[in-house]
Ligand binder design. Structure first.
Ligand code: ACO
Length: 379
């Protein structure tokens, strides 16, 4: 037998197909404690980050933690983002003329891929360009679905405030702006989730920030990650009445369905972000009928999941109340993942900065379990 042949018995085996508990990077950006239900972002408990900063401040804190120099101030980020929204608005006619998307998130994917990876001299840096573009494109795509023309950005406004204005062509209330800021700050970064890992893998090849963000968005849109809120709302609609909650849940779980908005790879207790959103939507809507119904379904779903999966610690994840909160803000369900991306771009781009500083290609191994050429490698 040739010297370089690896015996099957010597090959390492994967412990779990989802890379559970594999540490893929060191990061100064965020820490998820799944047992305690605690999330630290840029040195703050997430609940305190929401109180301390609006979205621009949270993005500035993440980029500073990623080592961006000079560390940007909240004011500088706000001004640069305003210019980035204006620059992106010039691309909207081209994006809309393509008319090649099934939904807003796919349209956003196309739109972001129109941006250049390279920064030319004097350009707004890519991490700001892509953040500005995500808000402008999302608002324009939603309006285009509603057969309305796009609304130009106001470079002097806050990012969340301007997004809602571009979406509706009228100013949002202070309470709505506050609620969207709370949402965007809360989801700005979250450890080594699937989309962030994707961004880091792409960044490690030195493909560039825009490519990393486009790849991350592709990973985010799946229903097991950031694509869950739309189906959460579909579920609430389908259940419809209090009397139908238990029979519906029993039938779905017995049929092997996954209930959207429940379960998490890392959290073994309630996702702390779910509480931030539950609070925000309760304040925003004064605890209206929809919020009360969502709470009723949540309680019943947790009871049913615990009975059906006694070996697993399944709790509410943040997508459950994301759905209810963004619905209360008037964001259509096929745009919810895009709004998530608008915020998570802060984390993705910060991870790109960290990964580029590490400078080493991410290139894991796989274990070959296929057929070997005849005569080689007996087990
Ligand atoms: N509904 C019903 N059963 C569930 C759910 C759920 N929401 N979540 C987990 N389970 C069950 C699984 O079916 C599995 O049962 P089994 O062992 O009998 O087959 C068991 O619990 C463990 O599930 P895993 O798939 O190992 O858990 P994993 O950590 O891989 O899953 C995930 C995490 C993908 C989020 C899962 O809980 C899920 O599919 N949830 C619904 C989709 C969702 O809400 N996604 C948003 C996540 S938050 C975010 O990404 C921003």
């Amino acid at each position: 037998m040739a010297d370089n042949v690896t015996l099957k018995s010597e090959m390492p085996r994967v412990s779990a197909s989802g890379l559970d508990n594999v540490v893929a990077a060191e990061t100064a950006l965020s820490h998820v404690d799944g047992e305690a239900g605690r999330l630290i972002v840029a040195g703050y408990d997430v609940e305190d980050l929401v109180k301390a900063h609006d979205f621009e401040g949270a993005a500035a804190a993440l980029w500073a933690a990623a080592g961006l120099e000079p560390a940007p101030s909240e004011r500088q980020v706000k001004a640069a983002l305003g210019r980035a929204r204006e620059a992106a608005f010039a691309l909207v006619p081209g994006l809309l003329s393509l008319n090649c998307h099934e939904n807003v998130t796919e349209g956003l994917r196309t739109g972001l891929s129109m941006l250049a990876d390279e920064n030319g001299a004097g350009d707004i840096p890519a991490h700001i360009r892509v953040m500005g573009a995500a808000a402008v494109f999302t608002a324009a795509l939603v309006r285009s679905e509603e057969k309305k023309s796009p609304v130009a950005p106001d470079a002097g406004a806050g990012h969340a405030e301007d997004f809602l204005r571009m979406l509706r062509d009228e100013p949002a209330s202070a309470a709505e702006v506050e609620a969207l800021n709370a949402y965007m700050v809360t989801v700005a970064d979250h450890g080594m989730n699937a989309s962030t890992f994707t961004a880091r893998v792409i960044a490690s090849t030195r493909a560039g920030t825009i490519s990393a963000v486009v790849g991350a968005l592709c990973a985010l849109k799946g229903p097991l990650h950031g694509g869950a809120p739309g189906p959460v709302l579909d579920m609430l609609d389908e259940i419809g009445t209090a009397a139908n909650i238990e029979p519906w849940l029993t039938r779905e779980i017995a049929g092997g369905a996954r209930l959207m908005g429940f379960g998490h790879r890392v959290y073994r207790v309630r996702d702390p972000r779910a509480d931030v959103f539950n609070k925000a939507v309760t304040i925003l809507t004064n605890g209206n009928e929809r919020v009360r119904f969502a709470r009723e379904v949540e309680v019943a779903a947790l009871k049913a999941l615990r009975a059906a999966k006694p070996g697993h610690r399944i709790d509410t994840n943040m997508e459950y109340y994301t759905a209810v909160l963004l619905e209360a803000l008037g964001i259509p369900r096929d745009a919810v993942t895009s709004v998530f991306a608008m915020a998570r771009i802060a984390g993705w781009t910060a991870h790109v900065m960290e990964q580029e500083r590490v400078g080493r290609l991410i290139r894991p191994q796989s274990t070959y379990v296929g057929h070997w050429p005849e005569g080689e490698a007996a087990a």
